[in-house]
Design a binder for this molecule. Structure first.
Ligand SMILES: Cc1cc2nc3c(=O)[nH]c(=O)nc-3n(C[C@H](O)[C@H](O)[C@H](O)COP(=O)(O)OP(=O)(O)OC[C@H]3O[C@@H](n4cnc5c(N)ncnc54)[C@H](O)[C@@H]3O)c2cc1C
Length: 392
C-alpha cells in the first residue's frame, strides 16, 4: 500500500487530519487498531473551544454539532458554599465553548471519511514506524486483529495520532520528556438525568474536587476527585450521589438531581510533553505528544490545534512550497501546548485537595478562587484560557 500521508490512529487527531488533508486534495490512509464501535463509544472529552468549533465547521464536520451541541457562555466556580459565574463572551469579546462529546465528533468524522471513500482501516494495528529519516517512511502494521497478517504502508509522511500508548513516539529518538503525575484521579459517571445546572460547575471542597458537566439535555456527566488507585466499582451509586451532594453544597437552595448511573470509570491525571514533535518525516500530534489533566478541558482541543497546523504545513509543501512550515511545526505547536499545560496545571492545583494539604494550602486555594470573584483581570485570564489559545 502507498499513500502521501500515513496516519496512525482514528481518534479526533487522526480523523480530523484525514478530513483536512482530503479538503486540501492530499491523499491519506488512516490505520486504527480498534474496531469502529469502540472508537465511537469511548467516553472522553466533551468541551470544544471556540477555535475547535470553527475548525470543525470549516472542515464540513459541524452540521450535527451545530444542531445538537450546547453553546455555553460561562462556567460556575463553587467554593466555600459560594457560587461565582465566569461570563466568557463578556470577558473575551464574544467567545464561548460548545458542549459536544468527543464520541459524537468521532462519529461525524468517521461518517464523512467513509462516505468519501477515504481509506480508514479499523482493526489495523501499527507495529512500528520505519525509515522516518528517509524520504520513504513506512508503517508496518497488522490487519484483522492479533492473528492477522502483517502489511506495510509506504508514505511520503507519517503522522502518529495514536494517543499516549501508541507506537509512533518510540520512533522519535533523542526526544526529551517532561512529566508530572498527580496523586489523585477522577471518578467519572454518566447518569440518565437532566443536568442540575445549565453550565459546568467546578467545585472546590475540603473533601476534594467535583465537576458537574453534561453530554446532552438529558444526560449528566459528573466527576469526583478520588485517590489515583481507586477501583470505580468500590463506590456504590448512592455513595457517589451523596458525595457529589456534599461537594456541590451551596448556601442557597440549589439541589442536585439524581438519576440512574449508566457508566463509571476512574481517569488518572497526568501532565506530559514530548519534545520535539517531529523526527524526519514522522510527526506526532495530539495525545501521542502531550497529555494534560482534564481539569482545563484542553486535551482534545490541543489535538485539533496540532493537526490544523500540520495540515496547513503539508498543504504548503505538497503544493510546491518549501519545508519551512513543516520545519516550524514542532515549535509552533509546543508554544500552544505549554500554555495549555500551564492552564491545566493551574486549574488542577486550584481545585483539587492534595493528600497532606495543610490549612495554609486550603486558605491559599480559597484566596486564589476569591481573586476570580473580585478581579476582572484575573477572571479575564481564566476566560481567555478556557475558551482557547490561538492556533498556529
Ligand atoms: C477518560 C478520559 C477523559 C478525558 N476527558 C477529557 C475532557 O473532559 N476534556 C478534554 O479536552 N480532554 C479529555 N480527555 C483527553 C482527550 O480525550 C484526548 O486528549 C483526545 O482523545 C486526544 O485525541 P487523540 O486523537 O490525540 O488521541 P486518542 O483519542 O487517544 O486516539 C488515539 C487513537 O489511536 C489508536 N491507536 C493507538 N495505538 C495504535 C496503534 N499502534 N495502531 C493503530 N491505532 C492505534 C487508539 O485506539 C485511538 O483510537 C480525556 C481522556 C481520557 C482518557
Amino acid at each position: 500500500m502507498r499513500t502521501t500521508v500515513g496516519i496512525i490512529g482514528a481518534g479526533p487527531a487522526g480523523l480530523l487530519l484525514a478530513r483536512l488533508l482530503r479538503n486540501a486534495g492530499i491523499d491519506s490512509v488512516v490505520l486504527e487498531s480498534r474496531d469502529r464501535s469502540y472508537v465511537e463509544h469511548r467516553q472522553r472529552a466533551g468541551i470544544l473551544e471556540q477555535g475547535t468549533v470553527d475548525v470543525l465547521r470549516a472542515a464540513g464536520a459541524g452540521e450535527r454539532m451545530d444542531r445538537e451541541g450546547l453553546r455555553h457562555d460561562g462556567i460556575e466556580l463553587r467554593f466555600a458554599g459560594r457560587r461565582h459565574r465566569v461570563d466568557f463572551p463578556a470577558l473575551t469579546g464574544g467567545r464561548s465553548v460548545m458542549v459536544y462529546a468527543q464520541t459524537e465528533v468521532c462519529k461525524d468524522l468517521i461518517a464523512l471519511q467513509l462516505a468519501d471513500g477515504g481509506p480508514l482501516l479499523f482493526e489495523a494495528e501499527a507495529l512500528a514506524v520505519e525509515g522516518a529519516e528517509t524520504d520513504r517512511p513506512r508503517v508496518r502494521f497488522r490487519r484483522g486483529g492479533p492473528d492477522g497478517a502483517e502489511d506495510v504502508l509506504e508514505c511520503d509522511y507519517v503522522v502518529g495520532c495514536d494517543g499516549f500508548w501508541g507506537v509512533a513516539r518510540a520512533a522519535v529518538p533523542d526526544g526529551r520528556t517532561f512529566e508530572r503525575t498527580y496523586p489523585y484521579g477522577w471518578l467519572g459517571v454518566l447518569a440518565d438525568v437532566a443536568p442540575s445546572h445549565d453550565e459546568l460547575v467546578y467545585a472546590r471542597h475540603d473533601r476534594g474536587f467535583a465537576l458537574l458537566s453534561m453530554r446532552s439535555p438529558s444526560v449528566s456527566r459528573l466527576y469526583l476527585q478520588v485517590p489515583a488507585d481507586t477501583d470505580a466499582d468500590s463506590w456504590s451509586d448512592d455513595e457517589i450521589w451523596a458525595e457529589l451532594e456534599r461537594r456541590f453544597e451551596t448556601r442557597d437552595d440549589w439541589t442536585l438531581d439524581r438519576g440512574p448511573i449508566t457508566q463509571k470509570s476512574v481517569t488518572p491525571m497526568r501532565s506530559y510533553v514530548h519534545e520535539p514533535m517531529r523526527h524526519g518525516r514522522l510527526f506526532l500530534a495530539g495525545d501521542a505528544a502531550h497529555i494534560v489533566p482534564p481539569t482545563g478541558a484542553k486535551g482534545l482541543n490541543l489535538a485539533v490545534g496540532d493537526v490544523v497546523t500540520l495540515a496547513r504545513a503539508l498543504a504548503h509543501r505538497t503544493g510546491g512550497g518549501s519545508d519551512e512550515l513543516l520545519d516550524a511545526y514542532s515549535a509552533t505547536c509546543l508554544r500552544r501546548v505549554w500554555q495549555a499545560e500551564r492552564f491545566s496545571y493551574d486549574m488542577t492545583t486550584l481545585l483539587h485537595r492534595a493528600p497532606g494539604a495543610t490549612p495554609f494550602d486550603d486558605r491559599l486555594q480559597l484566596a486564589r478562587l476569591d481573586r476570580f470573584a473580585s478581579s476582572r483581570a484575573a477572571e479575564t485570564d481564566l476566560a481567555e484560557a478556557y475558551t482557547g489559545f490561538p492556533i498556529g
